[in-house]
Design a binder for this molecule. Structure first.
Ligand code: SAM
Length: 259
């Protein structure tokens, strides 16, 4: 391919330069050749080129018009959407008649927002293969009673099945990021929650915003109406399994504390 425009640090542009790593990421996408594949942040197309060789229906969302121009010229078979991925109207892009797989070497400055956006639209998606900071991937798969366990772990584990596939060293990118990376796979196989997503988020955020306090303190105002012995609020947030947060939210909805 021709020489691409210079990378911009402000857009988290750390491009993949290692052919083996690019192949490893493409191999991890559990898609058939005619499934829809949506790439977040194609940049100069290191991964996009291989996606276009393997899949018939590839759409890529890129905020940087210079890169979008370059891609349209060099990989014309891919549909480029020039947009901030956080403002993407997924209903508009997703083709509901086939499985939809998301893939991306993410811009790290907005990893969590992208993740929450995908979780919100999970009913339309089959899987996501995402390169991110290793530390964030570890928080997502963290178990209760650990320091890394928190809002990201509870929400992602209730709304998908997350799995770290492999770690990635800075040298496979140019310019290299100053953190370690990992590729995470999300499988959207969980179905809807028994409570609303919004109410679950409210409870989990309240609990972890004061994670060192007992739940009876951090959830003050919510829990007093619940029958005693239903949940142990003398514990801290990190002791509650994701499913316990869901059960608690369902109870709060039943009691009319959350609507
Ligand atoms: N996929 C390419 C690769 O692996 O070589 C580039 C990955 S680079 C880490 C992240 C890409 O996301 C960049 O191309 C950047 O311009 C793009 N990006 C940054 N912020 C974005 C946003 N809000 N919406 C869409 N794309 C964004």
């Amino acid at each position: 391919m021709a020489k691409h425009p210079a990378t911009k640090k402000s857009l988290g542009q750390h491009f993949l330069k290692d052919g083996n790593m690019i192949r490893k990421i493409a191999d991890a996408i559990p898609a058939g050749p005619s499934d829809q594949v949506i790439e977040i942040g194609p940049g100069a197309g290191a991964l996009t080129k291989m996606l276009a060789e393997r899949f018939d229906d590839v759409t890529a969302i890129e905020i940087d018009n210079r890169m979008a121009d370059f891609l349209e010229e060099n990989i014309p078979q891919v549909k480029i959407i020039r947009q901030d991925v956080l403002k993407t109207d997924w209903e508009h892009i997703v083709k509901s008649e086939k499985p939809v797989h998301v893939v991306g070497n993410l811009p790290y400055y907005i990893t969590s927002q992208i993740l929450f956006g995908l979780l919100e639209h999970r009913s339309m998606l089959t899987s996501a293969i995402l390169m991110m900071q290793k530390e964030v991937a570890e928080r997502i798969v963290a178990e209760p009673h650990t320091k890394a366990y928190g809002i990201l772990s509870v929400q992602t584990q209730l709304m998908s099945s997350p799995e770290i596939l492999f770690d990635v060293a800075p040298q496979v990118f140019y310019p290299p990021p100053n953190v370690q990376s990992a590729v995470l796979k999300l499988t959207f196989n969980k179905g809807p929650l028994a409570c609303t997503d919004e109410n679950l988020k409210t409870v989990v955020r309240m609990a972890f915003n004061q994670r060192r306090k007992k739940l009876s303190n951090s959830l003050k105002g919510l829990t007093e109406t619940l029958p005693v012995n239903m949940f142990d609020f003398s514990l801290r947030a990190e002791a509650f399994e994701p499913e316990t947060f869901e059960k608690l939210t369902v109870q709060l909805e039943r009691m009319g504390v959350l609507v």
